[in-house]
Design a protein. Structure first.
Length: 405
C-alpha cells in the first residue's frame, strides 16, 4: 500500500508540475500578446524626424491695377505701381498669403480705364482693383465696380463726386471739397477779395473749381474771372491775358504738372505778378526742375505727411530706395498703402472675394500706412488732415499744417 500510495502521490505531483508548466506558458503568451497590442496602439516616439503636420492651402488675392502707365499722368501711375510692387513683395515674403497683381494701362483716359477694368474682371477674374490716380477714369469705372461687386480703391482720385460713387468705391486721397476748403480759408486769411480761376476742363478741374468758388463766396470773396483749358494744353496765353485784364488779387491754378509748367513759363512772359495758389498736384519735382524761379512763392494745398520717424514710414522709405534706387515719388506711398489695405481687408472680412474685401475695408480703423494714419468714413472717403506748402529757395516747404477734416 505504501508503495502504491507513494507511486500515486508521485504521479499526482508530476501531473501538478505539468499543469503548472502548461498554465505558465499561456500566461507568458498572454502577457506578450497584451504588450504587443499595447505597443501597437501607442504612438511611437520619433527621434529622427518630427511628425508631419497637416498643411493648409495658401490664400491668394488676385488684384487688378488700372493706372496711367503712359501718357501725361504716367509719372503718378508709375510711382503708384512702384509702391504696389514693393508692398506685394513684402506681403509675399511673409508667407501665409500670396498676392498677384495684374496691371493695365489706362493712359489716364476714362474709356481706356473702363476697357481695362472689364478685362480684369472678365478675363483675369480679379475681385478688387487699385485705380485710378485721376478722378475722371475713377468715376468712369465706379458703376462697373458696384454692378460687379468688385472693390475699386483709388490711391489718388480727389473729385467730390467720388464720395457718392457707390458702396464698392473707396479712396485714400482727400476729397477736393476738403482741399478747396483749406485754400478758401487761406484766401480769407490773406484778405484777398478778387480771385481768378484757371482750371483743367475735366472732372477733377471742374469739381475743384466749383468747390473753391462755393467756399470763397461764403467769405465774401468774388471770383472775377474763370478760364478753363483742355488737358495737355501747350498754350495758355489767351486765358492768362484775360485774367491779367481782370486784375485779380490772386490766381487759383487747378492743373496737372504738364500744364502747370506751361502756365509758369507764360505767366512770367506776360509779366503777371499776382500771387499764385494751386492744388496738391503742384508738388511735382519736374515743376521745380524746369520752372524753379517762376514757381517761387506759389502756395498750394498738401495732405499732411506721416511722422517721418514712424516705423512704417521709415521702413517704407528705406525699402523703396533700396529696391528702386531713388526716393519715393508722389503717390508711391499711396499705391503701397492701397495694396496693404486690401490684404488687411481680406483678413478682417474673412475672404478674398469683393464682398469680403468691402466689408473688411469698412472695418479698417487707425491703419498705419506709409502715407499716414488711415480711416474711412461711411462713404469710403479717407479721413486725413491737410495743410499748405509753398516754394521757398527752390524747395517745397510747409507754410503750415495740421488742418483737420
Amino acid at each position: 500500500m505504501k508503495d502504491k500510495q507513494g507511486s500515486q502521490s508521485e504521479t499526482l505531483k508530476g501531473g501538478s508540475k505539468m499543469h503548472t508548466k502548461h498554465w505558465g506558458n499561456w500566461t507568458v503568451r498572454v502577457v506578450v500578446l497584451i504588450m504587443v497590442i499595447m505597443l501597437a496602439g501607442c504612438p511611437q516616439k520619433r527621434t529622427s524626424q518630427p511628425p508631419t503636420l497637416p498643411t493648409t492651402k495658401q490664400q491668394t488675392i488676385k488684384i487688378g491695377a488700372v493706372l496711367p502707365l503712359t501718357g501725361d499722368l504716367a509719372t503718378y501711375g508709375q510711382n503708384a505701381r512702384d509702391g504696389i510692387e514693393l508692398a506685394k513683395e513684402e506681403v509675399n515674403s511673409k508667407g501665409g498669403i500670396k498676392v498677384e497683381v495684374v496691371y493695365e494701362d489706362s493712359k489716364g483716359q476714362p474709356q481706356a480705364a473702363v476697357s481695362a477694368m472689364q478685362k480684369l474682371i472678365t478675363v483675369d477674374k480679379v475681385s478688387c482693383i487699385i485705380g485710378e490716380v485721376a478722378s475722371s477714369p475713377t468715376l468712369a469705372m465706379a458703376p462697373i465696380a458696384n454692378q460687379r461687386k468688385v472693390v475699386l480703391l483709388s490711391p489718388a482720385a480727389s473729385s467730390p463726386k467720388i464720395t457718392n460713387a457707390g458702396e464698392y468705391v473707396f479712396r485714400i486721397w482727400p476729397s477736393d471739397d476738403f482741399e478747396a476748403s483749406v485754400m478758401a480759408d487761406y484766401v480769407n486769411r490773406k484778405g484777398y477779395k478778387r480771385v481768378a480761376v484757371l482750371y483743367v476742363n475735366n472732372d477733377y478741374g471742374k469739381a475743384m473749381y466749383e468747390a473753391f468758388a462755393r467756399k470763397v463766396k461764403g467769405y465774401g470773396v468774388a471770383v472775377i474771372a474763370v478760364e478753363p483749358f483742355q488737358q495737355n494744353a501747350t498754350d495758355l496765353r489767351t486765358q492768362l491775358t484775360k485774367i491779367k485784364a481782370a486784375q485779380p488779387d490772386a490766381i487759383y491754378l487747378i492743373s496737372y504738372p504738364k500744364e502747370t509748367i506751361v502756365f509758369l513759363g507764360q505767366y512770367r512772359q506776360l509779366g503777371l505778378k499776382v500771387p499764385v495758389l494751386s492744388t496738391s498736384a503742384f508738388e511735382d519735382p519736374q515743376i521745380l526742375k524746369t520752372q524753379k524761379a517762376a514757381a517761387e512763392g506759389v502756395v498750394f494745398t498738401s495732405p499732411i505727411p506721416p511722422d517721418p520717424k514712424d516705423q512704417v514710414v521709415m521702413a517704407f522709405r528705406k525699402n523703396y530706395k533700396a529696391k528702386f534706387g531713388k526716393e519715393p515719388g508722389l503717390v508711391a506711398d499711396y499705391g503701397y498703402d492701397a495694396l496693404k489695405l486690401i490684404v488687411e481687408a481680406a483678413r478682417l472680412g474673412g475672404g478674398t472675394d469683393g464682398e469680403s474685401i468691402k466689408k473688411g475695408l469698412e472695418k479698417i480703423k487707425d491703419f498705419k500706412g506709409a502715407s499716414g494714419l488711415i480711416n474711412f468714413d461711411a462713404n469710403g472717403d479717407v479721413v486725413k488732415p491737410s495743410g499748405l506748402k509753398t516754394v521757398k529757395g527752390g524747395q517745397f516747404v510747409w507754410l503750415y499744417k495740421g488742418i483737420q477734416r
